[in-house]
Design a protein around this ligand. Sequence first.
Ligand code: ADP
Ligand code: ZN
Ligand code: ZN
Length: 732
Amino acid sequence: MIAKVIVDISASEVDRVFDYRAIDGTMRGSRVAVPFGRQTTEGYVIDIAETTDLPQDKLKDIISILDDRPIVSEEFLALCDYMTERFHLRKIDVFRLFLPAKMRGGRIKALQKIFVYINPEYIEVDPNLFIKKSAHSQMEVFEYLLDAQSAEQSYLNANFSAAAVRNLIARGVFLTRMEDVLRTPYKGIVQKDNDIVLTEEQSIAVDTIMSSEKPTLLFGVTGSGKTEVYLNCIEQVLKKGKTAIMLVPEISLTPQVMRIFRSRFGDDVALLHSGLSDGERFDEWRRLLTGGARVAVGARSAIFAPLTNVGLIVIDEEHDTSYSSESNPRYITRDVALFRAAYNGARLVMGSATPSVESYYAAQNGKYKLVRLPHRVNKREMPAIQIINMCKEVTYGNSGMFSAPLVNALEQCLASGNQAILFLNRRGYSSYVMCKKCGYVAKCEDCDVSLVYHKDEDLLKCHYCQRRYSMLDLCPNCKSPHIKQGFMGTERIVEHVQKMFPSARVIRMDNDTTRTKDAHLKLLGEFANGNADILVGTQMVAKGHDFPNVTLVGIMDADMSLHFSDFRAVERTFQLITQVAGRAGREKKQGSVILQTYTPRHYVYKYATEYDYEGFFDKEINILQATGFPPFTEILRILIACENEAIALDATKQAIDEARALAAKHGDRFVYLNAMRAPKKRIQTKHRMQVLMRLKPDSDDIRMAVYKIADGVTAAFPQVTCFTEINPNDLS
Ligand code: ADP
Ligand code: ZN
Ligand code: ZN
């Protein structure tokens, strides 16, 4: 028999099937060790065949099979095919997503402990025949094991006489064996009965989700009890003997959330998140594989939970950008979820208080079923959002970061012993250019996205087409010289706050202060425990946390994400405002939100302050249609990177020439096509070029042809790294 093997080496030259002679027990999905060149490498058997084109003397044997069962199921073999085709990936890069990283290369194994049990030959015999009367400790441990049947040797050593245990083992009265033990996180949390009765709205949502063949979009305001809906659906699925996957953004995987799941499902839930040790991660994964746990809860990668018979997949906060992988292998979690749901006949639900425009559009068109939870469970109103026009502050002579109303509100908040959050809406690396006097923002005339200032060339550029503009000296609108470019940082905000309120205790939370594992949980924990009065932070403070004492949220510079060079910038801003605002006045206390902006008349603020998602959606979808962005087109990018600039240029020329030939054939479906330097022109000494396209929907055939073009570049220019992206979140 011949095994078709994908070897665990990520390089385009070996991204194909290699034939080996199968050994006993080789099956589809087996992980195997194989000889490769002069080394031994791991690989995955994707098929078994009768014959091979390889001559007999070239054919090598599989060295060994690495696990006690095929590790890649039929579903995952099919998923690998789907993902390689859909996202233009190497097979091995996809397989690597399916297993815990440290399992490859045998860097982590099941944790084994020595267990002791009584030799069956001694069980029916009178113990006085082989244990002396004087050996009390031997008799003690023997009687214990007679009752307990088996125990870890370390446990016996600690609780009985270690010498006695040793003696009985040496004499063959006790036998030992190695057994796997599991490293389970949060073991201490016990399962509790659930006494929550669903509201009528929630019941309807559950019924709709469980009966809908199509994916369901659960549109529920913050605090409407979406989590309870998911829990209920999962319970139903488990009762039917099926399994469930629940995805949440990494940043929302707080101890609170994990406690909820463990207390509801006990050992039946496996938690997969970045805070686990490699051993814990491996064991949680293995519990899912072997049926020890039937519910997987985790961030994006938990969509690859090795469950069979999946009955439900939940994508919570479906609008969150973390659901697209932005580095190799690039994939879109929702597409993987759709595949797994279809394969298993499972229900799929995507929930959000601020659905992505794309998903809401799909719901409107009947692709998804829509259910709403328009009311908060505790009936509390959403906090009022007050808009502060920062341009006016400039006129009054205040060009700082804090408006007078925000300073007053902070003072009151602190005086009454409550807590405040100051949110800085910072995204990406780029900076837009704006007039501080009238709020004018420099935009691309063709694309209507904000221009990005490139300091090195002193130029403004559009990241969606190649147009360049010269930097402004005076505002074209009001002739003011107060042109703003660049950021305000969290550090500067903290400095200012401390100058104004020297006795306030301030916590800063941003990428710098949360580098280490679990750092963000520690900071949030300190704030929640009342060890600080003010939390200053970026996006990561926006999500899912409950702080009962927070009565004030200040949004320092709402425009920051609004004018980000991204066609989804306005949508992201709406989502962020709604979410940060949701942090104020969660429980007993009424909260308020102060939003500072230089463009107070921008439509996003009108809809956000009224919490009018639908109004916002209607406006936004029209703009996207007019400008030709997703969901009305698909953005496709070929990115080419190379140390040698001339080679990068040659490779890009080949790609754009072939793309132009393609466009000549299908012109009506190309909305945009061009080649240019990538906005980040160099990363780690590599020159970066891109071919950017926007295609009309249902252009799968063109996308496949574009993938072929990328393959052609890879084949012709081995020094070049070339990959493709669909609707990337960040065109950098
Ligand atoms: P969302 O995820 O929609 O923002 P949550 O699921 O966090 O909302 O629910 C908000 C709060 O309401 C939680 O504390 C939750 O325990 C509580 N809750 C949810 N459903 C009910 C219910 N039917 N009865 C009582 N409390 C509920
Ligand atoms: Zn101006
Ligand atoms: Zn443009």
